[in-house]
Design a protein around this ligand. Structure first.
Ligand SMILES: *Cc1c(COP(=O)(O)O)cnc(C)c1O
Length: 405
């Protein structure tokens, strides 16, 4: 292809190939515009977004209420640092605490920072409140976890590639099989301060734990004075058909970690949320972030949360997710091993004998449905929660063609 006839897409792909670090393997689609569940590439082709920025776009692309809040705040004040107060952070944290039923929230930016915040909080709580000997605090985590990409967090990942070449790692973490309450009980010692888990593993391949696991984990943590730390960065804010995935088992964690959709797809906004018993260990100077709690992020966070609540996105997700999952299960396909998930967080597991999930994702992309494989064998369907049934029917038609071929 000569430069004159090459598509815009090809030119932009070549540019990113030359200048970007090669730390991702994206599908070869270059997007320039988005609205609701739809995105358009630089050559004008329209796609349905079935990934939603790994669930950072639960409210859809450029939700008008969130965009309006951001624009208004851009014209007022964007950054103060925490050296001063701003008029958005207080209302944001109040609304976040009221929506989640906790006493305090500590605002950060990315999910990984909120996880790090929770780890620091619970370690310090372990020393100051539980009375663990200095330097001995242990946090239990699960196999196949995904909590972010910092050196501490990848240190307790069980995915070799996430860790390879990045050590040495932070000690103080113990790994148990996901969903195994007996293993959790056996792993708890007098030094255990927290159990950090995802109520449904997203990056791990849309893995649903056995029913009752979250409840049992809650009981064990209460019994042994261990903080239950729920990473709801991906599962939260309506994604699984409840406001939080722990709500499926009526469990209130001790630390709730949120991010992704809290920024409505506009801006990174995250938080660690807990009662004063835990949050009280932080004193001035202990922890911080230059951008955490900034007025632009806070205004966006307020609007993002309001959209989730006002538009009843959890209920939509429960209803449409159940319907879509049923329809996916009805596809007569030689390739599908299992369809699993909760709400609009759905994984279609491809049989090993049919090869990896990636070619199926590429075929879907061809048909105008953007889906990305997770964990080699799983196609993830996680559209914006604002999606309509008609729009899901379009996705279903394409999925049916690709999976029954
Ligand atoms: C995405 C994700 C994170 C990390 O969030 P970043 O904003 O990418 O740092 C942590 N935990 C879970 C469960 C996630 O899905």
């Amino acid at each position: 292809m000569t430069p004159a006839t090459a598509s815009k897409t090809d030119a932009l792909l070549a540019e990113v190939d030359q200048y970007s670090a090669h730390n991702y393997h994206p599908l070869p689609v270059v997007l320039e515009r988005g609205e609701g569940v739809w995105v358009w590439d630089v050559d004008g082709k329209r796609y349905m977004d079935m990934l939603s920025g790994y669930s950072a776009l639960n409210q859809g692309h450029r939700h008008p209420a969130i965009v309006a809040a951001a624009k208004a705040q851009l014209d007022a004040l964007t950054l103060t640092s925490r050296a001063f107060h701003n008029d958005q952070m207080g209302p944001f944290l109040k609304e976040l605490c009221e929506a989640t039923g906790f006493e305090r929230a500590l605002p950060m930016n990315t999910g990984a920072e909120a996880v790090e915040t929770a780890i620091k909080m619970i370690r310090k709580w372990g020393y100051e409140v539980k009375g663990v000997a200095p330097g001995q605090a242990e946090i239990i985590v699960c196999e196949n976890n995904f909590h972010g990409r910092t050196t501490t967090i990848v240190g307790f990942s069980t995915e070799e590639q996430y860790k390879d070449g990045f050590g040495p790692f932070t000690p103080g973490f113990k790994v148990i099989p996901y969903g195994d309450a007996k293993a959790l009980e056996a792993a708890i010692t007098k030094n255990t301060v927290g159990f950090l888990f995802e109520p449904l593993q997203g990056e791990g391949g849309v893995v649903v734990p056995p029913e009752g696991f979250i409840k049992r984990a809650r009981e064990l943590c209460t019994q042994h004075k261990v903080a239950l730390m729920a990473d709801e960065i991906q599962t939260g804010l309506g994604r699984t058909g409840r406001l939080f995935c722990c709500d499926w088992e009526s469990v209130r964690p001790d630390v709730l970690i949120v991010g992704k959709a809290l920024g409505g797809g506009l801006y990174p906004v995250s938080a660690a949320i807990a009662d004063e018993e835990f949050m009280g260990v932080f004193r001035p100077g202990d922890h911080g972030s230059t951008f955490g709690g900034n007025p632009l992020g806070a205004a966006i966070g307020r609007a993002s949360l309001r959209v989730v609540l006002d538009e009843k996105l959890s209920e939509r997700s429960a209803e449409l997710g159940a319907w879509f999952m049923q329809k996916l299960r009805e596809i007569d396909s030689p390739h599908v091993q299992e369809v699993r998930g909760k709400g609009l967080m759905i994984g279609v597991v491809i049989k090993d004998s049919s090869g990896p999930a990636r070619p199926f994702c590429e075929a879907l992309d061809e048909k105008g449905v953007l889906a990305k494989e997770t964990h080699h064998q799983v196609i993830r369907f996680a559209p914006p929660l604002t999606i309509t049934q008609e729009e899901l029917e379009f996705a279903l038609e394409q999925a049916t063609e690709v999976l029954s071929a």
